[in-house]
Design a protein around this ligand. Structure first.
Ligand code: BMA
Length: 808
């Protein structure tokens, strides 16, 4: 097999649609893989769609049709088959090679292969791809099949294209087109490996399902599968399974439970060959009912795993722009926070191979949604066949990865049907049920039989209410939409696969993308970067019971950030404190695709928001939770936990009062609940703080929310010292200081800090390690807008005595 990528010499030009005057004959170089916006941006023809209020002015790009073209030379060789292979076309395209139409496409999510041996010419070949506006396809399918309920303006369910590309409640409408994944010429003779699907279990049994394609006569071909010295051989005509055993293989374990061991699997068939990296492991979801309802408990290699995860959205509005380094750093954000799972949410894309490879290597479990989200989807042609084709592609490609532990049919669509009134709007029309109950589970059962499949999230095994907390998966969006985050404590869920509260992106991220001054959360550019339905009311409502209304942009920004951090920490701690009844939490959302006010904990510039630091403490292996009247210790590490924990009440002035020593002695997976004496419980009439201190953690709980008094003005001594990586900022508290952060991006957008949301008792010391090149004035790191804590918002600006400050 010879593979030759065709990424050179592309151009793009507008064909028709609402294109601006003077654009008709403009042709610019195009980068493949890529999308049209990237090319126009590079050519300086459009402004950055992510900046300011440019989004609206660029809507015409997605409503126009575009021609991509290139020329390549080709010389006949000894091979008999020549295929033009596309890993991804976005979306409605007509492909012409040397004036011959070789194919039409309507699906961003699948691969396409065209046999072009009779169209190729010796010498120069011209390849032209005309992308029609996807809105034309949507209009024609919708006219034929009828509209369906959906939660955003565009009818994205009428076409197989990334739903969030049409705008979402955290992202802009930037409707793209282009050759968004690789394109190449594959030349071969005899036989080609069409698919290879390995299964490898805990006992070392390997079974590889191999599918072959023949050029011409179908004669059995010799196939070999090998791991090290263990192998299987067979003669296969179209398809077959090769089995062999690897003795005592190192198993693949998720983060925190062991090493994620990977093994090289070599597969050959005739002249074609393939190398895969696989893992030996089993996965099951335990749903045996118990006294609390019906669980959703992942079991890996026979051991129960409690999930601490993040929901993942496309990290860029142009997924073609993603690089391995970018995937790595974002997945490190998840892993460094203590997560063991990422959920690839169904409104985006199937991510690139690199994403799943990195998850395999890091021991991050992957939950993969099929690409259906927040709408009723018609089941009629051409959609049915397109969904089948894309699902087969996705399962064939991704089943190789040991990190992948569940296929999920859809996001919120089954719930939407029963709870959001869609059933009344739909009548007898199709809405997607046969995808979730028939087509997709059928494909998974046939091609990937060891991997669990569920039809949707949220999802109940038995209850009618798909979001019933005591049964299966629930999404907790009552917090954010309707009630304060204290309500995370109102129910005992089995597994929460979505919940979250918004906070602003880093100061520097917003100020780099938005040039209006001052920024105003209620109007103009900043308001446009808040996409949540009714977000301008819900965001202030989310902190109204905790902090006073902010005065000015600085306090607005910090209030949203610290409140988001406190809210998600509270939610995670409370859910995890219900272990083992609650066996998983997946926060909405890890990442952002543009500078935004959103639920993300890492912003689009890769800056970890205060909420990221709060999640890291709430995702700790060894977790302490102070509930109103009890201390809960949860040991999710793989070692036993033996330690004395001190629980102490402090007055607002920081004077210690009543205390208790609690012995935590827990095996892996163990949970202990200790009822606290009255003096250490929440005292509505007091204004104090109760703290629990272990070797690794300090957690606190307030008698009253900051809004209602009790937090003193923070007093700190701080100093800046040069270090290998930049600076160390040492802080000593002279009062109670809650949730202290060093917002280093306000000094330099490229600076990073190792910690945040730090709580200190009088006399406690903390060192923030700042990574940055030389700063002209390192003393800025002690500016009151940089060194901020929760106390600031209710008790006045912190007093920061600068002990000593040294330039580097
Ligand atoms: C969930 C997700 C997304 C959405 C998020 C925040 O329902 O499935 O649709 O972005 O809520 O509203």
């Amino acid at each position: 097999m010879r593979r030759r990528s065709l990424h050179e010499g592309w151009t793009v030009r507008a064909l028709s649609g609402p294109i601006p005057d003077g654009w008709r004959d403009v042709e610019v170089p195009a980068v493949v893989p890529g999308v049209v916006h990237e090319d126009l941006l590079r050519a300086g023809l459009i402004p950055d769609p992510l900046a300011g209020e440019n989004e609206g002015a660029l809507v015409w790009v997605g409503r126009s049709s575009w021609r991509f073209a290139t020329e390549f030379s080709w010389t006949p060789d000894s091979e008999t088959r020549h295929d033009l292979v596309f890993d991804g076309l976005d979306t409605v395209a007509r492909i012409t090679l040397n004036e011959v139409v070789i194919g039409r496409t309507v699906n961003q999510h699948r691969t396409y292969r065209f046999d072009v041996r009779h169209v190729l010419r010796s010498g120069s070949n011209r390849l032209v791809i005309d992308f029609e506006s996807v809105f034309d396809e949507i209009a024609s399918v919708e006219a034929r099949l009828g509209g369906r309920p959906k939660i955003y303006p565009h009818s994205f369910a009428m076409v197989r294209k990334s739903a969030c590309n049409f705008g979402w409640d955290w992202g802009p409408e930037v409707v793209t087109c282009g050759v968004w994944r690789s394109v190449r010429l594959e030349s071969w003779s005899g036989v080609r490996i069409r698919a290879a699907r390995p299964r490898a279990d805990q006992d070392g049994l390997v079974r590889v399902a191999v599918e072959l394609e023949h050029d011409g006569r179908r004669t059995p071909a010799p196939v070999v599968c090998r791991i090290g010295r263990d192998e299987a051989r067979a003669e296969i005509e179209d398809q077959g399974v090769l089995s062999f055993r690897v003795s005592d293989p190192a198993l693949w374990w998720p983060a925190g439970m062991g090493e994620p061991a990977l093994h090289d699997l070599e597969i050959s068939a005739g002249e074609d060959s393939l190398s895969l990296r696989i893992g030996f492991r089993t996965v099951e979801i335990d749903n045996r009912g118990d006294a609390h309802g019906i669980p959703f408990q992942f079991t890996i290699n026979g051991r129960a795993v409690r999930v601490r995860g993040f929901n993942w959205i496309p990290d860029d509005v142009f997924p073609s722009r993603m690089t391995v380094d970018r995937y790595r750093s974002r997945l490190e954000d998840a892993r460094d926070a203590g997560a063991n799972l990422v959920r690839v949410w169904g409104g985006g894309v199937y991510e690139s191979d690199e994403f799943y490879r990195l998850c395999d290597e890091m021991g991050l479990l992957v939950w993969q949604d099929f690409l259906f989200s927040c709408a009723a989807y018609p089941e009629e042609e051409p959609l049915w066949s397109e969904v089948r084709a894309e699902a087969v592609d996705a399962v064939n490609r991704l089943c190789v990865h040991p990190s992948l532990v569940v296929w999920n049919g859809s996001n919120e669509n089954v719930w939407g049907m029963s709870e959001w009134g869609w059933d009344e709007l739909i009548g007898q029309a199709s809405w997607g049920q046969r995808y979730y109950d028939e087509l997709l589970p059928g494909i998974v059962a046939a091609l990937d039989p060891d991997r669990p499949y569920i039809p949707s999230s949220p999802f109940s095994w038995r209850a009618d209410d798909q979001n019933e907390p005591s049964d299966g998966l629930s999404h907790r969006w009552d917090v954010w939409n309707e009630v304060d985050y204290a309500h995370y404590d109102a129910v005992v869920p089995r597994f929460v696969s979505e919940f979250g509260v918004q906070g602003a992106a880093a100061w520097s991220t917003l100020h780099a993308a938005l040039d209006e001054r001052p920024l105003d959360p209620e109007r103009g550019q900043l308001a446009l970067h808040q996409k949540a339905i009714d977000g301008h009311r819900k965001l202030p409502a989310s902190f109204a019971e905790h902090f006073p209304p902010p005065l000015g942009l600085d306090d607005w920004h910090w209030t949203t950030q610290v409140n988001q951090a406190q809210a998600v920490r509270f939610g995670i701690e409370r859910f995890r404190s219900h272990a083992p009844v609650c066996s998983g939490v997946i926060l909405w959302q890890l990442n952002d695709c543009w500078p935004a006010v959103s639920w993300s904990v890492v912003d689009s510039a890769g800056i970890r928001k205060p909420a990221w630091h709060a999640v890291r403490s709430a995702f700790a292996d060894r977790l302490l939770v102070l509930r109103d009247d009890e201390l809960v210790a949860v040991n999710d590490s793989s070692e036993s936990w033996h330690e004395r924990v001190a629980v102490t009440r402090f007055s607002p002035e920081g004077v210690p009062g009543e205390w208790l020593d609690v012995l935590v002695d827990l095996p892996p997976g163990g949970v202990r609940r200790v009822l606290l004496p009255v003096g250490l419980r929440v005292q509505q009439r007091e204004r104090g703080v109760v703290m629990a201190r272990s070797k690794d953690a300090l957690v606190y709980r307030l008698d009253r929310q900051p809004l209602h008094g009790g937090l003193p003005r923070a007093r700190l001594e701080a100093s800046v010292l040069p270090s290998d990586h930049g600076y160390d900022v040492e802080v000593v508290a002279r009062s109670l200081v809650l949730d202290l952060c060093l917002l280093v991006d306000r000094v330099s957008a490229s600076a990073r800090v190792d910690s945040g949301m730090v709580t200190l008792r009088p006399g406690d010391r903390h060192v923030f390690a700042v990574t940055t090149p030389l700063l002209p004035d390192p003393g800025q790191l002690l500016d009151p807008m940089v060194l901020r804590c929760a106390n600031d918002l209710v008790a006045g600006r912190s007093s920061v005595a600068s002990a000593r400050s040294a330039a580097r």
